[in-house]
Design a protein around this ligand. Structure first.
Ligand code: NAD
Length: 256
């Protein structure tokens, strides 16, 4: 299928081949999209560059989202090389390790700022830049969230608060950009074993607990998230904006 033929997408959040952003990238590529990638720091470049080049990407740039100059540089390059943009994928989150294991009440000011800056504010900054390149095109923006924003998930802590801010941002950004034909949505995924997930204390138990209680009685795969991403980022979801779509084997609907 060529659902995304002729579309140009920039991907933030690939760390390695297990990253959800990588599964999404492969799916967008399979649907005909042209991709640009960013990586957070030199160490990750070694992982990201070969993956990106393997699917024909020519634009591969550093971007730590806490640095405005690096964000500016990415979008300046996209403007020079492509002139316009159709898709932004934001699959970025970070919190200090101790803030994902200590009780939430112990979260300090700097840990709170760091988690909210990287995991929530970055969507606002990247969306503002991306929207400037989406004028006159039906742009689509996607971010990744988790149910720890809605309900208490032990150890998810400040990341749950950051995801709540991220999800509210999805709605406000969708409102702001709707008149310009730009859609903003999020996927709320069930737990998947990735680098970021390894930082959450007790992640193994989260996997076990979810698979036992979800209506589908199993965990989900990054490929399943990627297929929903293709839907949300394509014209198939042309009237869908401001939504948080759960891809979690139904876990979130359960009361008991
Ligand atoms: P991952 O570790 O592969 O991806 C996280 C990405 O965030 C990495 O590429 C990392 O480089 C990037 N990042 C961290 N700090 C950054 C910074 N300062 N600047 C730029 N990039 C930075 O893990 P993942 O599980 O694929 O995570 C992707 C997204 O999916 C995250 O938002 C995560 O919260 C969300 N998510 C994950 C799960 C899960 O169980 N794995 C479930 C629901 C939602």
């Amino acid at each position: 299928m060529d659902l995304l033929k002729g579309k140009r997408a920039v991907i933030f959040g690939v760390a390695n081949e297990r990253s959800i952003a990588w599964a999404i990238s492969e799916a967008l590529h399979a649907e005909g999209a042209e991709l640009a990638f960013t990586y957070a720091g030199e160490i990750l470049e070694k992982r990201v560059r070969p993956l990106a080049e393997g699917i024909g990407a020519k634009i591969i740039l550093p971007c730590d989202v806490t640095k405005d100059d690096e964000i500016d540089k990415v979008f300046q390059t996209l403007k020079q090389e492509w002139g316009s943009l159709d898709i932004l994928v934001h699959a970025i989150a970070f919190a200090a390790k101790e803030d994902l294991s200590n009780p939430y009440v112990l979260t300090g000011r700097s840990g709170f700022h760091l988690a909210l800056d990287v995991s929530a504010y970055s969507l606002v900054a990247l969306t503002r830049h991306a929207a400037a390149l989406m004028e006159g095109r039906s742009g689509s923006i996607l971010t990744m969230t988790y149910m720890g924003s809605e309900k208490v998930v032990p150890n998810y802590n400040v990341m749950g608060v950051a995801k709540a801010a991220l999800e509210a941002s999805v709605r406000y950004l969708a409102y702001d950009l709707g008149p310009r034909g730009i859609r903003v949505n999020a996927i709320s995924a069930g737990p998947i074993k990735t680098l970021a997930a390894a930082g959450i204390s007790g992640f193994k138990e989260m996997l076990h607990y979810s698979s036992e209680r979800a209506p589908l009685k199993r965990n989900i795969t990054a490929e399943e998230v990627a297929r929903t991403a293709v839907y949300l980022l394509s014209d198939m979801a042309g009237a869908v904006t401001g939504e948080i779509v759960h891809v979690d084997a139904g876990y979130n609907i359960m009361g008991m």
